[in-house]
Every structure is written in C-alpha cells, then in structure tokens.
Design a protein around this ligand. Structure first.
Ligand code: NDP
Ligand code: 8G0
Length: 459
C-alpha cells in the first residue's frame, strides 16, 4: 500500500523544486548543494499557538494560529498571513518554502516565512474580525519584529486586518515600527503595494511575450483568462485592460464568470471595481450572475474554474489558490490556444499541469505554451513589501512612480535571471523556449544555499 504524504502540499512544493534541480546540471557541477537542499527543507522554526476570541453572541471561539519561520539567510523572515479554514501546517510550510526562493529572486534582503490561522473571515462581522486579529497578534507579537520577521496579508487578510494587527502589536510593544507590510498609506504603507502582485505579474508576462515573439507582440489584443477575484486577480485584470488586453474570465471559490463571446468585449475597469467592492463585503460573484450587464455578457458556471469553459485563450493567469490548474485544465488551455501561463497564485498548478505545460515549449509546434512559476511571476507583491520596509527604515514615503519603476525593474531582472540560469544549467531542446521553472528554481536556490554556507548553516 502506498504511504500517503503527511504534508501533501509541502511535499509537492519540495519535490517540484528538488526535481528541477536534479534534472539540471547543478548537482553534477556542485554536488555539495545536495546537502544544502536537505538543510533548507527544514524550517528554522515553527510557532503554533491557540487563538481564543469572543464572537458577537458572547461565545468563546478558538482557532489554530501559526508562523513558519523557514529561512533567514538573506534577511528577516518575510511572507504573508493567510486566514482561511483550510489553513494547516502543510499549507503554510509549502507557502513558506516557496517564499524563501521567491524572496531570493527579488534581489532584496528578505528571508522566507508564512503564517496564518484556520479562521474563516466569511460571515464574520467587522467586530469579530477585529477581535480575532487582536487575539492573534497578542501571541504573534512576541515572535516578530522589523528585523526578525515581517508578516503581511495573503488570502483572507487585506489592509483592514493589517490595521487591526498593527494596532495590537504597537500596544503590546509600545513601538511604532515597520513590523507588517501592506499598511495604510497614511501610516507607513507603500504606494503601489496593493497593486504590486497583479501589476508585477503583467510586467512579467510582457517580458515573456516580448522574448517569445522577438519583440513583435505585446499583451495588447490578447485574450487573458484570469481565475480568482481577490487582490491579485483584480490588479492583474486592471493592468491587462490598461495595456490593451482583454480579460475574459474572473472567478471565486464558488464559481466562474466567463465571457459568452470571446471575440466581443471583455471585463471593463468598472466591472472589476464592482467585483472589488463586492469582495470588501466578503460576498460572492454569483450575485452578479443575474444582474445586467453581467447576465447578457457573461456565463456564470457554478463550482467551476474558468479553464475548461473558454474556446479561445492567449494568456492564462491563475490568481486564486494552490492546485487550481489540473492536468486536464492544462490540456484544455493548450487546446484553446494558450501561449503563456503565469501564476499569480502560489503553486497554482498541480505537478501534472506543470508537466503538461513544460513538455510543450517547442515554438515550432502548433500548440506551444510557455509557463512561468509563481515564485517568479508573482514576486512583485513581496518585492514592494521589501520596498515598504526600506521606506519605513528611512522614514520616507516614495512616490508611486518611483515604486512602480522599481517594481518594473525587479520583474525584468527576475525574468532575465530565470532565463539566463535556465540556459546555463538545463539543456533546452532545439526550437524550445528555456524553462522559466528550472531557471527560477535554480537561481533562487543558489542564492540561498550560498548565503547559508557563508553563515555556517551547512558545510
Ligand atoms: P484574496 O483573499 O484577496 O483573494 C483570493 C481569491 O481566490 C478569492 O477570489 C477567493 O474566492 C479565491 N479562493 C481562495 N481560496 C480558494 C479556494 N480554496 N478555491 C477556489 N478559490 C479560492 O487573496 P490574494 O488575491 O491576495 O491571493 C491569491 C493568491 O495569490 C494566493 O495563492 C496567494 O498566496 C497568492 N499571492 C498573493 C500575493 C499578495 O500580495 N496578495 C503575493 C503573491 C502571491 P472567495 O472570494 O470566494 O473567497
Ligand atoms: O508582502 C508579503 O510579504 C506577501 C504577502 C502575501 C503573499 C506573498 C507571497 O509572495 O506569496 C507575500
């Protein structure tokens, strides 16, 4: 009988990285890196705690809280907090592990971590959310600090929650410091941080298109399928539209809205704003399904992801959650003509989906596709968090132009590094595009492994 992994998501993320390193020339050139990988696979520290809070009925509620402090070789632990009923140690270890190598690819001094709770913000009042955040931070505060560990939001944690968490940290420590990112603009937050992941994703996709077409094409005129309708999806959609692309789907945990006519009009900025407003109220996009102009323009498919419901796609951007693109979804996307897949979500694709994408990189075939992993394509968010930390340390507030320009540069550097590293360490078949997956994994890993070696974490 096969033994099931006890931490399936973490083991999936670990194997995905390990296999790409194994299939490159890295370990032949530097066998000592095998040892580094064994060490890096274990978090430096995992904190688990109970969170007891009182609901609006005056009744006691309890949740599990976590912070995985995975790797601090390159800087303070850095990564978001997820509040979702599915949260467990396996999910946070996978997210923390991905975060280490992603943060290395930003070129900033950031270690890797992730945290959260199995708390479900849906159906909770603002008062209950505040009480939960206060109870959560009451324990977390002793484990974090601006030079130790700097959390931020993730699924279920937006600017509102960051405000409550920050307020409680400040009360406990009596210190106003850059301990969280994603703060409000008037109290230490960075301009462009809310937009950064979605915008950065599109900047990265622009580099992919430019490279693959020798500068002949851009995202303008392309049909872009997006999943999710939260922070990442919203800003990816808005930037796509701004650059002349056409957004043909959005979704949430209950279903998908897809355009009926992929040759007609896509989502408008006003429609994206309407979806954003709905999400602030923690509502589902299903309530738009029978409302005009949505009912005429879009088909709502309950309990579905968009991927198998679109006849023509050029660019696919998973922006909801892990494992939201299956092998079958990947094959359907390729059949619909998808040329570029870039993950806004972390581990958006299953291993089977990745294998399908990675085996279609030959540009001289009718159905080629180029895949970019989340740890490269979605690093704009954590990168601007790094810029928020820099602004807090120097007590400055940069203009949105300056932050956006830095974001552009960071995405471009990450793309170029992934490409260069793939060419150096992996044999690319004749006529194929280099593997951004292998290149990004190897580049991130080398940087972390070297820093760990210098600091005596392995020898
Ligand atoms: P949000 O909470 O703002 O939005 C999440 C979206 O994904 C919502 O539409 C939600 O649906 C949907 N979703 C969540 N869980 C599931 C699920 N189990 N099945 C189907 N749909 C689901 O989160 P973000 O936009 O911030 O994060 C989205 C992804 O991007 C995550 O993987 C996150 O780790 C990753 N990411 C985020 C960054 C950031 O800066 N925020 C940076 C880099 C990566 P519903 O509204 O119904 O709950
Ligand atoms: O800003 C952050 O540290 C952050 C928040 C949410 C998600 C991520 C990520 O890179 O996945 C980073």
């Amino acid at each position: 009988m096969a033994v099931l992994p006890s931490e399936p998501e973490f083991e999936q993320a670990y194997k995905e990285l390990a296999v790409t390193l194994e299939n490159s020339t890295l370990f032949q050139k530097y066998p000592q890196y095998r040892k580094a990988l064994r060490i890096a696979a274990i978090p430096e520290r995992v904190v688990q705690f109970r969170v007891v809070w009182e609901d609006d009925k005056g009744e006691l509620q309890v949740n599990r809280g976590y912070r995985v402090q995975f790797n601090s070789a390159l800087g303070p632990y850095k990564g978001g907090l997820r509040f979702h009923p599915s949260v467990n140690l396996s999910i946070l270890k996978f997210l923390g592990f991905e975060q280490i190598f992603k943060n290395a690819l930003t070129g900033l001094n950031l270690g890797g971590g992730k945290g959260g709770a199995d708390f479900d913000p849906k159906g909770k009042s603002d008062n209950e959310i505040r009480k939960f955040c206060v109870a959560f931070m009451t324990e977390l505060a002793r484990h974090i600090g601006p030079d130790t560990d700097v959390p931020a939001g993730d699924i279920g944690v937006s600017g509102r929650e960051i405000g409550y968490l920050f307020g409680q940290y400040k009360k406990i420590r009596n210190q106003w410091e850059g301990v969280l990112t994603g703060k409000g603009n008037s109290w230490g937050g960075s301009l462009i941080r809310p937009e950064a992941t979605g915008y950065g994703l599109i900047y990265y996709v622009q580099k992919m298109i430019e490279y693959a077409t020798n500068g002949k094409e851009t995202i303008a005129g392309k049909r872009v399928a997006i999943s999710g309708s939260g922070n990442v999806a919203q800003y990816a959609a808005l930037k796509t539209i701004q650059l002349g692309g056409k957004v043909i789907s959005m979704s949430d945990s209950k279903g998908a809205l897809v355009v009926r006519d992929v040759d007609g009009e896509g989502f408008t900025p006003q429609e994206i704003e309407e979806i954003a407003a709905l999400k602030v109220e923690r509502q589902q996009i299903s309530i738009l399904a029978n409302k005009e102009p949505y009912a005429t323009k879009y088909k709502y498919i309950e309990n579905a992801r968009p991927w198998t419901h679109l006849p023509k796609v050029d660019v696919a951007l998973p922006c909801a959650t892990q494992n939201e693109v299956s092998g079958d979804d990947a094959r359907a996307l390729i059949a619909a003509g998808t040329r570029y897949v870039a993950e806004g979500s972390n581990m958006g694709s299953t291993q089977e989906a990745i294998d399908v994408f990675e085996s279609h990189r030959e540009t001289n075939t009718a159905n080629f596709v180029w895949y970019a992993p989340g740890k490269a394509a979605n690093l704009g968010g954590v990168a601007v968090s790094g810029l928020e930390m820099a602004q807090n340390s120097s007590r400055e507030s940069w203009t949105s132009e300056k932050v956006d320009q830095r974001l552009h540069q960071i995405m471009e550097n990450c793309f170029n590094l992934g490409l260069k590293t793939a060419k150096e360490y992996v044999k690319t078949p004749e006529g194929a595009l280099p593997s951004l997956l292998a290149g990004s994994n190897i580049a991130g890993f080398i940087k972390v492994a070297e820093a760990m070696h210098d600091q005596g974490d392995w020898w």
